[in-house]
Design a protein around this ligand. Sequence first.
Ligand code: 2BA
Length: 109
Amino acid sequence: MKLIVAVVQDKDAQRLVEGLVDKGFRSTKLASTGGFLREGNTTILVGTEDHQVSTVLNVVRKTCHSREQLVTPLAPVSGPSDSYVPYPVEVQVGGATVFVLQVERFEKI
Ligand code: 2BA
Protein backbone atom coordinates (compact mmCIF):
# COMPACT_ATOMS: atom_id res chain seq x y z
CA MET A 1 0.00 0.00 0.00
CA LYS A 2 1.12 3.59 -0.65
CA LEU A 3 0.37 6.97 0.87
CA ILE A 4 0.31 9.76 -1.70
CA VAL A 5 0.95 13.23 -0.29
CA ALA A 6 0.16 16.01 -2.78
CA VAL A 7 0.77 19.69 -2.03
CA VAL A 8 -1.47 21.67 -4.39
CA GLN A 9 -2.77 25.20 -4.80
CA ASP A 10 -6.00 26.03 -2.98
CA LYS A 11 -7.59 26.88 -6.36
CA ASP A 12 -7.13 23.28 -7.55
CA ALA A 13 -7.88 21.41 -4.33
CA GLN A 14 -11.65 21.08 -4.69
CA ARG A 15 -11.45 19.82 -8.25
CA LEU A 16 -8.79 17.30 -7.23
CA VAL A 17 -10.87 15.95 -4.33
CA GLU A 18 -13.95 15.69 -6.58
CA GLY A 19 -11.89 13.93 -9.27
CA LEU A 20 -10.67 11.42 -6.68
CA VAL A 21 -14.20 10.78 -5.39
CA ASP A 22 -15.40 10.23 -8.98
CA LYS A 23 -12.77 7.48 -9.37
CA GLY A 24 -13.63 5.93 -5.99
CA PHE A 25 -10.61 7.10 -3.97
CA ARG A 26 -10.75 8.27 -0.38
CA SER A 27 -8.76 11.34 0.55
CA THR A 28 -8.05 13.76 3.36
CA LYS A 29 -7.64 17.49 2.78
CA LEU A 30 -5.33 19.45 5.09
CA ALA A 31 -4.80 23.20 5.20
CA SER A 32 -1.07 23.88 4.83
CA THR A 33 1.32 26.77 4.30
CA GLY A 34 4.24 26.91 1.87
CA GLY A 35 7.60 27.58 3.51
CA PHE A 36 8.78 29.91 0.74
CA LEU A 37 5.72 32.04 -0.05
CA ARG A 38 4.20 31.52 3.40
CA GLU A 39 0.80 31.46 1.73
CA GLY A 40 -1.94 28.92 2.17
CA ASN A 41 -1.90 25.79 0.06
CA THR A 42 -3.60 22.42 0.44
CA THR A 43 -2.11 19.03 1.21
CA ILE A 44 -4.12 16.01 0.05
CA LEU A 45 -3.48 12.55 1.52
CA VAL A 46 -4.57 9.48 -0.43
CA GLY A 47 -4.03 5.94 0.85
CA THR A 48 -4.28 3.43 -1.96
CA GLU A 49 -3.06 0.11 -3.35
CA ASP A 50 0.22 0.11 -5.27
CA HIS A 51 -1.44 -0.60 -8.63
CA GLN A 52 -3.72 2.44 -8.25
CA VAL A 53 -0.94 5.00 -7.76
CA SER A 54 -0.72 5.93 -11.45
CA THR A 55 -4.51 6.47 -11.61
CA VAL A 56 -4.31 8.88 -8.66
CA LEU A 57 -1.38 10.71 -10.27
CA ASN A 58 -3.35 11.06 -13.51
CA VAL A 59 -6.20 12.72 -11.58
CA VAL A 60 -3.64 15.10 -10.01
CA ARG A 61 -2.19 15.90 -13.46
CA LYS A 62 -5.66 16.62 -14.92
CA THR A 63 -6.86 18.84 -12.09
CA CYS A 64 -3.79 20.77 -10.88
CA HIS A 65 -2.23 23.49 -12.99
CA SER A 66 0.95 25.48 -12.67
CA ARG A 67 0.64 29.26 -12.44
CA GLU A 68 3.04 32.19 -12.46
CA GLN A 69 2.86 34.22 -9.29
CA LEU A 70 4.48 37.55 -8.52
CA VAL A 71 5.37 37.65 -4.85
CA THR A 72 7.20 39.82 -2.39
CA PRO A 73 8.82 37.43 0.07
CA LEU A 74 8.40 38.28 3.76
CA ALA A 75 11.46 39.10 5.86
CA PRO A 76 13.38 36.02 7.06
CA VAL A 77 12.09 34.57 10.33
CA SER A 78 15.58 34.64 11.86
CA GLY A 79 18.51 37.01 11.33
CA PRO A 80 18.63 40.79 11.05
CA SER A 81 15.46 42.17 9.41
CA ASP A 82 16.50 45.86 9.31
CA SER A 83 18.84 45.20 6.34
CA TYR A 84 16.18 43.19 4.44
CA VAL A 85 14.93 44.94 1.28
CA PRO A 86 11.83 43.21 -0.14
CA TYR A 87 11.37 43.16 -3.92
CA PRO A 88 8.88 41.16 -6.02
CA VAL A 89 9.98 37.92 -7.65
CA GLU A 90 8.11 35.78 -10.15
CA VAL A 91 7.78 32.12 -9.24
CA GLN A 92 6.02 29.26 -10.97
CA VAL A 93 3.83 27.42 -8.47
CA GLY A 94 2.44 23.91 -8.89
CA GLY A 95 0.68 22.02 -10.53
CA ALA A 96 1.47 19.73 -7.58
CA THR A 97 4.35 18.55 -5.44
CA VAL A 98 3.79 14.84 -4.89
CA PHE A 99 5.42 12.34 -2.54
CA VAL A 100 4.62 8.61 -2.78
CA LEU A 101 5.40 6.81 0.48
CA GLN A 102 5.45 3.11 1.33
CA VAL A 103 2.84 2.30 4.01
CA GLU A 104 4.16 -0.17 6.59
CA ARG A 105 0.80 -0.90 8.16
CA PHE A 106 -2.79 0.23 7.61
CA GLU A 107 -5.66 -0.34 10.00
CA LYS A 108 -9.20 0.97 10.27
CA ILE A 109 -10.35 0.57 13.83
P1 2BA B 1 6.18 27.28 -1.21
O1 2BA B 1 7.28 26.79 -0.34
O2 2BA B 1 5.44 28.49 -0.74
O3 2BA B 1 6.82 27.55 -2.65
C1 2BA B 1 6.05 28.16 -3.67
C2 2BA B 1 6.86 28.25 -4.95
O4 2BA B 1 7.98 29.11 -4.73
C3 2BA B 1 7.45 26.90 -5.38
O5 2BA B 1 6.49 26.22 -6.15
C4 2BA B 1 8.67 27.32 -6.16
O6 2BA B 1 8.35 27.72 -7.48
C5 2BA B 1 9.12 28.59 -5.44
N1 2BA B 1 10.16 28.31 -4.46
C6 2BA B 1 10.08 27.55 -3.36
N2 2BA B 1 11.24 27.56 -2.67
C7 2BA B 1 12.08 28.35 -3.36
C8 2BA B 1 13.42 28.79 -3.18
N3 2BA B 1 14.13 28.39 -2.12
N4 2BA B 1 13.94 29.62 -4.11
C9 2BA B 1 13.23 30.03 -5.17
N5 2BA B 1 11.94 29.67 -5.40
C10 2BA B 1 11.38 28.84 -4.52
P2 2BA B 1 6.40 24.64 -6.08
O7 2BA B 1 7.77 24.05 -6.28
O8 2BA B 1 5.35 24.22 -7.05
O9 2BA B 1 5.95 24.27 -4.61
C11 2BA B 1 4.63 24.53 -4.15
C12 2BA B 1 4.51 24.18 -2.69
O10 2BA B 1 4.77 22.77 -2.54
C13 2BA B 1 5.53 24.85 -1.78
O11 2BA B 1 5.11 26.13 -1.41
C14 2BA B 1 5.58 23.89 -0.59
O12 2BA B 1 4.45 24.09 0.26
C15 2BA B 1 5.43 22.54 -1.28
N6 2BA B 1 6.72 21.91 -1.54
C16 2BA B 1 7.47 22.04 -2.66
N7 2BA B 1 8.59 21.30 -2.57
C17 2BA B 1 8.56 20.70 -1.38
C18 2BA B 1 9.43 19.80 -0.70
N8 2BA B 1 10.61 19.36 -1.24
N9 2BA B 1 9.09 19.37 0.55
C19 2BA B 1 7.92 19.79 1.13
N10 2BA B 1 7.04 20.64 0.52
C20 2BA B 1 7.36 21.08 -0.70
